[in-house]
Design a protein around this ligand. Structure first.
Ligand SMILES: *Cc1c(COP(=O)(O)O)cnc(C)c1O
Length: 392
């Protein structure tokens, strides 16, 4: 039976294959990945990732609760964020999570107070802003001096002075996260250099770190997803293998989000109208920025495919959503002659898609369908498409 559009469709086989490829790209037993829940927090996505043995990287108290509810071991949960509320710190400390990634000297005082209330010692990693340019979109750049994240590298000494004053805090690690959708690996090499400086500085002050957390950020291929359904994890991990100076027993933590879930999700929508505009032909679809906001928010490109037409002759279309905002567009593209009722597939929507959806205009949220529950062909009422879709 066909499914009401729009809906998110997740290919769990691709997710499994991606996780498999990621694990086999790791040659160092001290490398450990925490999945960044904020990229996609659908239950079965999280369960699949947990069953694969990854930890969880959380940026809110509710993400910590959700991770624990779905069976992640608190010892494999880390928590970052520049504005953690007292309630969220309470959740982190009372559950004894692996590490609170502290983003300011001011926060240390508050974490210490809350830990004292619980008669606990909170494990802290300093999130350092390394001032490394991730060479990505400015709205997803997080590791420059002008960004709000982390403790400025120039304040490292002051942060150490502060943490040593508090009995309920233990400095166990350092954390960095320079940005997202990073495809050029040089920024990660630069990050390693900065991390090495930080590690050496702390060592000089007599602090032996247990873990170095280098964050996430590895990008995916939005332009041509089929040419690279699985990101190049090998090259990515190699950079850290090569450039990071580690002491015996130190572990390296990664917080990958997009690269794990990005390609396994698609947004499926139906064409409502094909309208002749003054300058272009609009394909007006029933999915909009309330379902997938990345194009409106970051000018992001997502490949749009027409699942119902197979013609080789392509025409230019401007694919837009129904929301009363001019930014509600999926961009201009070439499609076979498109008509009302055609199914459209917006690719590479597994990360920062469904999690960022809203019910603006009082719209309903898109449903979630997993590949092992129903084939995409059956979702769109077209068994004929089954073979073509399996390759996707
Ligand atoms: C968003 C975020 C990540 C994940 O980033 P990706 O680009 O999806 O890999 C990792 N760590 C922190 C602290 C984050 O905020």
């Amino acid at each position: 039976m066909s499914v009401k559009t729009p809906f998110y469709y997740y290919d769990l086989t691709l997710l499994e294959n991606t996780l498999e490829a990621m694990s086999s790209a790791i040659n160092n037993p001290n490398f450990k990945v925490h999945y960044a829940i904020k990229a996609n927090a659908e239950d079965r996505i999280l369960q699949t990732i947990k069953n694969h043995g990854l930890g969880a990287d959380c940026v809110s108290g509710n993400e910590i609760k959700k991770a624990i509810a779905l069976g992640f071991n608190p010892e494999n949960i880390v928590f970052a964020g520049i504005g953690k509320s007292d309630e969220e710190l309470d959740i982190a400390i009372s559950n004894g999570i692996h590490s609170i990634n502290c983003e300011s000297i001011e926060e240390l005082v508050v974490i210490n107070e809350i830990a004292e209330k619980h008669d606990a010692i909170a494990n802290i990693a300093f999130r350092i802003n390394p001032n490394v340019d991730a060479q990505t979109h400015h709205k997803i750049t997080t590791g420059l001096n002008e960004n709000k994240f982390g403790i400025p590298i120039t304040e490292l000494d002051a942060a150490v002075d502060e943490i040593l004053k508090h009995k309920h805090l233990a400095l166990k690690g350092v954390h960095f996260h320079i940005g997202s959708q990073i495809l050029n690996l040089n920024p990660f090499a630069n990050l390693c250099q900065q991390a090495n400086n930080v590690i050496a500085n702390l060592k000089a002050r007599g602090i032996a770190l247990e873990h170095i957390n280098v964050g996430g950020g590895l990008g995916i291929n939005y332009n041509n997803p089929d040419s690279q359904l699985i990101p190049n994890f090998e090259e990515y991990f190699k950079v850290f293998e090569k450039f990071l100076n580690l002491d015996e027993g130190q572990t390296v933590h990664f917080e990958l989000g997009r690269s794990i879930v990005g390609q396994c999700g698609s947004l499926i929508s139906k064409v409502l109208y094909v309208k002749k505009g003054a300058n272009s032909k609009f394909a007006i679809i029933d999915a909009g920025m309330t379902d997938l906001i990345r194009p409106a928010l970051y000018n992001a490109y997502h490949k749009v495919e027409n699942l119902s037409q197979t013609g080789d002759e392509l025409e230019p279309y401007h694919v837009v959503g129904p929301i009363c905002e001019s930014s509600d567009t999926f961009g201009k593209t070439e499609l076979p002659t498109t008509t009302r009722g055609d199914y459209m597939m917006i690719r590479s929507a597994g990360a920062y898609g469904q999690v960022l959806s809203s019910n603006y205009n009082l719209r309903e949220r898109a449903a979630t369908i997993y590949s092992d529950e129903q084939s995409l062909a059956s979702c769109i009422g077209s068994e004929k498409k089954a073979q073509t879709l399996e390759v996707v």
